[in-house]
Design a protein around this ligand. Structure first.
Ligand code: BG6
Length: 489
């Protein structure tokens, strides 16, 4: 069956930097289903050809390959159409509907509506799609992709879910979190559930604590207007960090399908201990990089956190007593996303000459999500020669050494999954609401008036000093290493 992808917000950054390059790359790899058309809709007045040529440049810049393949681009460009219009105007949306019907030439078609607009337009678009009967599936499946941010707290997320469900069934809704499209995130499922050796130690008996860090070296830059009202909790924690936590902590699903996988993920969120207000302030640290206040769009005395670190406890049989530390920030020392599983110390110290084992670093499994994707296992070994002198060493798996070619960008598998109707890597309605329920108390506590002023950190640091001190009080130390793996050249 042919496919039509309708992009609302077609002249925006997401379309030119991520969506269209991903669709082009899928075409180039021969993965885009045949007879797929892409129809852009936004207010800018452009013809089909003008849209095609503006996308040619942005795709060349963002597709992540050396140069556009001319023959592929020519074929791909023929599948691009543009319809100017205002999504707040029903008559413009009705014109879009007519255009789609003409392009699809009455054939049964799978249609995907992609909301790549600013979030305030989600609800009007959904309502108009409903009133024009555009979610009706008598001429083929109709699906809708909703970008983050999905609401700004639990109440708004619930409201958005209600608006969606008034028009679409839950099976038609794909809430995207691009972290789930990353190869190395999907590989956590393979690591845990395609192997037997990790499962026996993947629990409170052997694991001391878990650290999930998403550090970015970039500052807020041009996005100050959005970022100042979002902050790091809404921008990164409610979605990406909790997704990483869920795939690390979930039980094995009974099958690898959307229902079973998402059931297990939601159970993790349900097991997270609710925090009362006094707890919240003790369970995290916030910070702001020096210079943030002078970024365009940022309020002069803003107390918005550009760095956050929080502790979550999962009250279930597997994880009881194992703290999960989540940390993210802008303008940090380097770009690294890593999950560090820190194991307990051996019960008896044989080689310390009477000193306790705690002086030695514990075993660690470092899952390096990006850049330089891979996995490292840290352990002790004997130094050759006299006596039992030990050194810390590692075993390593690196994507770039193991596999030739580039890794697909996160949007590529996700777009393909939407076309195929597989929602395993998309958030379900209850999942996003539950995720907000966990993050909302931190947002409230961090924005309450009368808080001590936010801790400032220097760009290029691993966050404020308070974060190191807090971790020491927790009885641990942050694993502050820029990507542990090097990209093979
Ligand atoms: C986005 C956030 O969702 O994720 C950005 O809005 C952040 O602030 C980005 O920079 C990080 O994504 P990635 O794939 O570069 O780690």
């Amino acid at each position: 069956m042919p496919h039509t992808i309708v992009i609302f917000g077609a002249s925006g950054d997401l379309t030119s930097r991520k969506l269209v390059p991903a669709l082009y790359n899928l075409t180039r790899s021969g993965l885009l289903p045949p007879a797929t058309r892409i129809v852009g809709f936004s207010r800018t007045r452009l013809s089909d050809d003008e849209w095609r040529s503006s996308l040619r440049e942005s795709t060349a810049a963002h597709a992540g390959r050396d140069a556009l393949d001319e023959a592929t681009w020519r074929d791909f460009a023929r599948t691009l159409y543009y319809q100017p219009g205002d999504l707040g105007q029903t008559k413009d949306m009705a014109r879009l509907q007519e255009r789609l019907t003409a392009i699809e030439a009455a054939a049964e078609t799978t249609r995907v509506y992609y909301l790549a607009t600013a979030p305030q337009f989600y609800e009007p678009v959904i309502a108009t799609l409903g009133s024009l009967g555009m979610a009706d599936e008598s001429a083929g499946p109709r699906r809708i992709v909703v970008e983050k941010p999905f609401g700004t707290d639990r109440e708004t997320a619930r409201g958005l879910n209600e608006r969606l469900h008034a028009v679409f069934r839950e099976q038609q809704v794909f809430r995207i979190d691009h972290y789930l499209g990353k190869e190395s995130v999907q590989n956590i499922l393979a690591l845990r559930f395609a192997n037997t050796i990790f499962e026996p130690v993947w629990n409170r008996r052997y694991i001391d604590h878990v650290q999930i860090t998403v550090a970015e070296d970039v500052a807020v830059g041009r996005r100050g207007g959005y970022y100042d009202s979002a902050g790091v909790l809404r921008d990164m924690f409610q979605n990406h960090l909790l997704q990483l936590l869920m795939v690390t902590a979930m039980e094995a699903p009974v099958r690898f399908n959307a229902t079973a996988v998402r059931n297990e993920k939601v159970k993790v969120l349900e097991a997270i201990r609710p925090l009362d207000p006094t707890h919240v302030t003790m369970a995290g640290v916030r910070g702001q990089y020096r210079g943030y206040l002078t970024e365009p769009g940022v309020a002069a005395a803003s107390q918005t956190a550009t760095f956050g670190a929080i502790r979550l406890e999962i009250d279930n049989w597997r994880w009881q007593g194992v703290p999960f530390y989540l940390r993210s920030g802008k303008a940090m020392s380097c770009r690294t996303t890593q999950i560090v599983i820190e194991f307990r110390q051996p019960p008896l110290e044989l080689f310390g000459g009477g000193r306790p084992a705690a002086h030695r670093e514990a075993n660690r499994l470092v899952i390096q999500i990006q850049p330089a994707e891979g996995i490292q296992l840290h352990f002790h070994t004997k130094v050759p020669g006299e006596g039992m002198r030990l050194t810390y060493t590692d075993l390593e798996f690196s994507y770039s050494r193991e596999f030739a070619g580039r890794l697909p960008e996160a949007y590529e598998p996700l777009l393909l999954d939407v076309m195929l109707g597989d929602a395993s890597l998309f958030a379900r309605a209850d999942e996003v609401e539950k995720a907000w329920e966990i993050i909302d108390p931190f947002v409230r506590a961090w924005s309450t008036a009368g808080q001590p002023p936010i801790a400032v950190y220097e760009p290029g640091d691993w966050g404020p000093l308070a974060s190191f001190e807090w971790m020491v009080k927790e009885g641990h130390a942050w694993f502050d290493q820029c990507p542990v793996l090097a990209q093979a050249t």
